[in-house]
Each structure stands twice: as C-alpha cells, then as structure tokens.
Ligand binder design. Structure first.
Ligand SMILES: C[S@@+](CC[C@H](N)C(=O)[O-])C[C@H]1O[C@@H](n2cnc3c(N)ncnc32)[C@H](O)[C@@H]1O
Length: 192
C-alpha cells in the first residue's frame, strides 16, 4: 500500500501520534531562540505549526497526506495564526522558494527509504539558512532488516553539512518491554 494512502487512511481517524501536544524539546528550543521562519516536515495535523507560530515564527508545513494538510490548515486558521501547509513528498527533490531558520521533523525521516533519505538531505541542505537549526525526532532502527528507523550512518550524513549541537537517546518503551521504541532527538545547526 503506498505510504500516502496509508497515512491518509490513518488521518480518517486520529492516529496514535496525533496527541495535540508539542514535545518539551521543541518548546525548550522556542523559548531560547529568536523567532524566524520555520518549516515542519511531515507536519501531520499541524499541532507543532501552531505551537511554533505562537512563539512569533512564520510557519510552513509539508506533509504527504492531503487529509492531514487539510486538518493542519484548519488548525492554523482556527488558532488565528497565519502560515502555509503544502501536500508534498519530502522524499523527492523539492523546490521551495523560502529558506528557514528552523526545520523540524518529528517522525517523518525515520520512515523514508534510503533513496528518499538522500533526496530529503539534499532538500534540507538547501532549505536551512546559515545559523539555522534542524531538530529531528526519530525512532532508532530495531533490526538491520527493518526499513524503519535511523542508524548512526544517518547522523553521519547530516554531519557532512551540519554540526551536531545536542543529542538525546531515549526509550519510549515501558519498563515491561512493551509499548513504543527507542528513539533519538538531535539538534544540528548549519554553520554561519
Ligand atoms: C509519525 S507522523 C508525525 C506527524 C507530526 N510530525 C506529529 O508530530 O504529529 C509522520 C508524518 O509524516 C508524514 N510523511 C510520511 N512520509 C512523508 C513524506 N515522504 N513526505 C512528507 N510527509 C511524509 C505522514 O503523513 C505523517 O503525517
């Protein structure tokens, strides 16, 4: 089943990640950074777009699922903030006319194939302003045969054009081993 179709099916209801709450790691960044232009890649229904806009940022969202794009546009409109949300596949080479001071990805990159990740990094390198920050939350790969999740090589690829500022590995799993997955937050900066 194509990914865009699978995600649209999910957005017919409320998928498990769509909690309506922005993570503290994003808020910590916003509280200590001057406002600028932000891009949320795989923005889902736009919760984080609204949070970022509330800190005075101009926001743009991208998502492959048109149903989430519709929901994100509505959420932004209802919140009273401006912003744009586009239905696009970030795993293909994209032309956006803007550059950004923050690119956020919560849960999108870790789903992409190797070829899509390459196109994504190509996009990212063009989208980030000097001094701009890339904030990524991704599941770690649990088995070498699984296409899902990130591995150290992903971070090495980012390090070719970005500098690592901060990293936190965590475990979404419950103490009994059930539940979610091991995951990583990373914050890279594009040097001036
Ligand atoms: C786990 S969800 C997270 C959504 C949102 N970031 C959040 O935190 O609620 C991953 C999102 O990435 C989107 N996505 C997956 N592959 C994509 C692609 N190739 N291009 C753009 N968006 C994609 C999905 O439609 C979905 O909305």
């Amino acid at each position: 089943m194509p990914r865009w179709f699978r995600y649209n099916l999910g957005y017919l209801g409320q998928p498990p990640w769509d909690t309506g709450i922005s993570p503290p790691e994003l808020k910590a960044f916003l509280e200590t950074s001057p406002a600028g232009r932000a891009l949320d890649v795989g923005c889902g229904t736009g919760t984080n777009l609204v949070t970022i806009a509330a800190y005075g940022w101009q926001v743009v969202g991208l998502d492959i699922a048109w149903l989430s794009v519709i929901k994100a546009r509505r959420k932004l409109r209802q919140s009273g903030f401006g912003g744009q949300v586009w239905c696009k596949n970030v795993g293909s080479r994209l032309r956006l006319k803007d550059e950004f001071d923050l690119v956020l990805d919560i849960g999108c990159y870790h789903n992409l194939s190797a070829l899509e990740r390459e196109a994504y990094r190509h996009n990212l390198a063009r989208w980030l302003n000097p001094g701009g920050v890339y904030l990524l939350y991704a599941h770690q790969q649990t088995s070498p045969t699984s296409p899902h999740g990130v591995v150290e090589a992903d971070f090495s690829h980012f390090s070719r054009f970005l500098s690592l500022q901060w990293r936190e590995d965590s475990d979404e799993r419950r103490p009994d081993g059930g539940g979610g997955r091991a995951a990583t937050w990373v914050r890279f900066v594009r040097e001036l």
